[in-house]
Design a protein around this ligand. Sequence first.
Ligand code: PMP
Length: 356
Amino acid sequence: MSRFLSRALAGLKPYVPGEQPQDKKYIKLNTNESPYPPAKGVAEATYGQAEKLNLYSDPDCLLIKRAAAAVCGLGTGNVSVGNGSDEVLAHIFRAFLQDTGVAFPDVTYGFYPVLCSLLGIKYKTVPLRGDFSIDVSDYEGIDSAVCIANPNAQTGVYLAPEKVEELVLQNRGRLVIVDEAYIDFGGSSAVPLVKKYDNLIVVQTMSKSRSLAGARVGFAFASKQLISDIEAVRCSFNPYNVNRMSMYAAAMSLEQDEYFRSCVDKIVFARVYTATKLGKMGFEVLPSRANFLLARHSGVGGEELYEKLKERGILVRHFGDERIKDFVRVSVGTRAQMDEFLNAVQKILEERDAEG
Ligand code: PMP
């Protein structure tokens, strides 16, 4: 820490992203990326814009707002675009949460508390139930905004749309943020509800189901009034926040519905396949509607399994948080990648049995 750092940031613990190793080739099942390449035409659209990099990108992000609004059945005035949904979340937190504070589950996306610390926002955590589900009645009468991920980050557990609506209804005087980074892998989106409720913001990303993690494009969907506040923050921070290559890549990708659906179908199939196999090996696997599985085995600790898989060239994610420290989180890759992962797990368990 330098002697110049703002005092307010002295204790800041930055978000620790999953490893992106550059040294050797791993089977990467640690950051919930898609194992499939971007849709056809995306690379060409990107190269085409690379020739125009002397020019700024469109600060209104109209091309991509139009494409996203069309997919969602909303108007462009209901959409804000960010450099990844992480940035969208930062705009939202900055715009709305300083006065009210925010509540989120004790097990969820680790970026929420980091953003709160960065922006001086008070937060409280609400424990998930014993089965790792969100019970919306736990948020009734809460005196702050609410932010949930659905399906929830790290667990994959999903909250049904009527429950999301209940959450929005019981907090009409407060903002409800629903982060749908993983919604395409088996959930029903709350986006249609933004036409009905002016206290709801839905956040989505192109990073997972659209195979564009490296392009960094995310969205907020909400009423025109909320979006205009978010846009004010965005333009006060970085009006050219989405670069022109990513903008065209994302717009091209949003047009390719068939490819998107085929990738999602393959991932969902591989998820069910992997969860079943892990169950047969004695793992407890949380019911996931996302592109990852959170699983634990009584015979091997989460950290140990992570280490042993890494030695075998397979990266998964381990979190030290008390409630999930026994688990590993495994992103769902291709069927072939999942078979390699399952074989490695089988061998690790056999070795342990032989030792013990
Ligand atoms: N929300 C959740 C729940 C996530 O897991 C992630 C991915 N780490 C994000 C948002 C951010 O994704 P991106 O910035 O790539 O859009």
